[in-house]
Design a protein around this ligand. Structure first.
Ligand SMILES: [Zn+2]
Length: 224
């Protein structure tokens, strides 16, 4: 899943209005930010295998430290715990921890059974939504659209950048997503590892958007 992770980060702004969208995006993508680093370090491995599923040419055969359920729960506690240590903000910490774990849940929905339960475990799970391009695009597209609407209802622009930066991000995510679905497989695994680090760009973009948008008053009141 790709835009689905950004989607839940946008939606989470309503649950943690004082937490920056940049931090929410970092949490939702966190294990995909670790993954390219672990690939470069040789701790984890991926293979290019066109047709592995209808949606991705990648065979995620070895990624226990970034993508096993146990590891992701640990990363969730680490992420939430560091945030709590820095900000003393319990709701934000809980939401961020849950966002880290949400990544695994969304990957579980889309991946073929390649997600290990724990490092060293032979049990691998995944519901395989990626076997169908149409089903994936519908599910992920609706999730993304719904979460963007929720984010727009939760925040409002305080200047023009607040509008353009948000819609620019939405547009670029949609374009990259289409390229992923329609484009050719990557030339080699080195490209995947290096290009994967570009996800940090969206985190920085999130901080930029957040500085130019304010939380709407009604989104803060418990009655809403
Ligand atoms: Zn992932």
């Amino acid at each position: 899943m790709f835009i689905g992770h950004a989607a839940v980060a946008l939606a989470a702004k309503k649950a943690a209005p004082t937490t920056s969208l940049g931090t929410l995006l970092m949490a939702a993508q966190f294990i995909d930010l670790l993954w390219p680093v672990f690939l470069l370090l040789g701790l984890e491995h991926v293979r290019i295998d066109p047709g592995n599923t209808a949606l991705t040419p990648l065979d995620f055969y070895d990624y226990p430290f970034s993508h096993s359920l146990l590891a992701v729960v640990v990363w969730g506690f680490v992420f939430g715990g560091l945030y709590f240590a820095a900000r003393r903000h319990r709701t934000g910490a809980v939401v961020l921890g849950l966002l880290v774990v949400s990544h695994w849940v969304l990957d579980f929905l889309t991946h073929r059974p390649d997600l290990p339960l724990a490092p060293g475990s032979e049990t691998r799970v995944g519901l395989g939504l990626w076997d169908s391009v149409a089903a994936t695009v519908i599910v992920e597209g609706l999730l993304f659209a719904g979460c963007v609407v929720l984010y727009v209802r939760t925040t409002k622009p305080i200047d023009r950048i607040g509008t353009y930066a948000l819609w620019g991000l939405v547009a670029i995510l949609a374009v990259i997503y289409s390229m992923n679905v329609l484009g050719p497989p990557p030339p080699d695994t080195g490209v995947i590892a290096y290009a994967g680090n570009a996800s940090w760009l969206f985190v920085l973009w999130g901080y930029w958007i957040d500085r130019h948008r304010a939380v709407r008053a009604q989104a803060l009141s418990p009655a809403s």
